[in-house]
Design a protein around this ligand. Structure first.
Ligand code: PLP
Length: 368
């Protein structure tokens, strides 16, 4: 019997390009004819140095990262950076404070973590629900803030900025974990960008940190050495053993992005895929509802309810069961939000998305 196809719409760890998995499988036991796996390779060997350099060069090329930025590959995940960012940057100015935009679970967690190290100012009126980005005219940035922090794409709530916040010259820090390399970004507008790899650029274990040179070397006295950007930058991310295999997988994914047209092509596909789903939601006469303001609906993570505005749980279960029978998995909304969440990262194809779109159309006809 032919194996039924599985389409993974999970929010992360998430789908990887098929060709990346095939290449990793091919090289798994014997990397490049050297007789050992990347899993077994010294991080100080010339073979691993080549992998590391290629990964960094590909990233620099894909994002046109200016020369005055360091690229680091660190452990600790996105959550590690929630601590590392304030530990390294909150002391940039004597007031020891930072401005945060809190538009969902992840920026909220980051702000809470930063409170341990200084004063955190949430610069806009508190949101009742994470379904919009407060109008920038309502933001009041703090004159002595060391940096302004935001999460570019809120993975749980499906809220994505369609603009780069104007910080009036203050250092801008962005968590791009869930939309990294899904669209072009002008790195020069940022002081620091970080992204966990397990959504758009590989597997769990490695987090990319891109930081402007002049922001390195200001860590608080108590900053753990592995989180200190100066220590990691001075040692080319090799102060301690890096997540070698995760970096290798990232290298393959970056190569795949390059060979498939770069971030511009990823953006074109991402617009196409997300429109396929949002168009069905918008024309469903309220059968499917997305709570997020149209202007900031995420192209990566699309949350919606089925049946009625706050969701008909029985119908949502039926929706998920039916999808699962067709091989579509990990469509359940985050436990804090409920409903359905579709993640359309770079590796999810237009064809995959069409399967879901057709299912949504059929389900609507049969159940409305
Ligand atoms: N930031 C965003 C936007 C995320 O989606 C996540 C995890 O899903 C994190 C940070 C936390 O990442 P990690 O689990 O690698 O600590």
């Amino acid at each position: 019997m032919e194996k039924k196809q599985t389409i993974n719409f999970g929010a992360g760890p998430a789908k990887l390009p098929q060709s990346v998995l095939c290449q990793a499988q091919k090289e798994f036991i014997d990397y490049n004819g050297i007789g050992i796996s990347v899993l077994e390779m010294s991080h100080r060997s010339s073979d691993f140095s080549k992998i590391m350099n290629t990964t960094e060069n590909l990233l620099r090329e894909l994002l046109s990262i200016p020369d005055n930025y360091k690229v680091m590959f660190l452990q600790g995940g996105g959550s590690g950076q929630f601590s590392a960012v304030p530990l390294n940057l909150i002391g940039l100015k004597q007031d020891m404070c930072a401005d945060y935009l809190v538009t969902g679970t992840w920026s909220s967690k980051a702000a809470k973590e930063a409170e341990k190290y200084g004063t955190v100012n949430v610069v806009h009126p508190k949101l009742e629900s994470y379904t919009k980005i407060p109008d920038s005219s309502s933001w009041s940035l703090t004159a002595g803030a060391s940096y302004v922090y935001y999460c570019y794409n809120e993975t749980v709530h499906g809220v994505e900025y369609n603009f780069t916040p104007d910080t009036h010259g203050a250092v801008l820090v962005s968590d791009m974990s869930s939309n990294f390399l899904s669209r072009p970004v002008d790195v020069s507008k940022f002081g620091l960008i970080f992204a966990g790899a397990q959504k758009n650029v590989g597997c769990a274990g490695v987090t990319v940190v891109i930081v402007r040179d002049d922001l390195i070397g200001h860590a608080l006295k108590d900053c753990p050495v592995v989180l200190d950007y100066k220590v990691q930058a001075d040692n080319n991310s090799l102060y301690n053993t890096p997540p070698c295999f995760s970096i290798y997988i990232m290298c393959l994914v970056l190569n795949w992005i390059k060979n498939n047209g770069g971030v511009e092509a990823m953006e074109t596909l991402s617009k196409k895929k997300s429109s396929l789903i949002y168009d069905i939601i918008n024309s469903s006469n309220g059968f499917y509802t997305c709570p997020v303001d149209i202007a900031c609906r995420s192209r990566m993570n699309l949350p919606f309810r089925v049946g009625k505005k706050d969701g008909d749980e029985a119908l949502e279960k039926k929706f998920l069961d039916g999808a699962s029978k067709l091989g579509m998995i990990s469509l359940q909304g985050h436990r804090s939000v409920g409903g359905i969440r579709v993640s359309l990262y770079n590796a999810v194809t237009v064809e995959d998305t069409m399967v879901l779109a057709n299912y949504m159309t059929d389900f609507l006809k049969e159940n409305q």
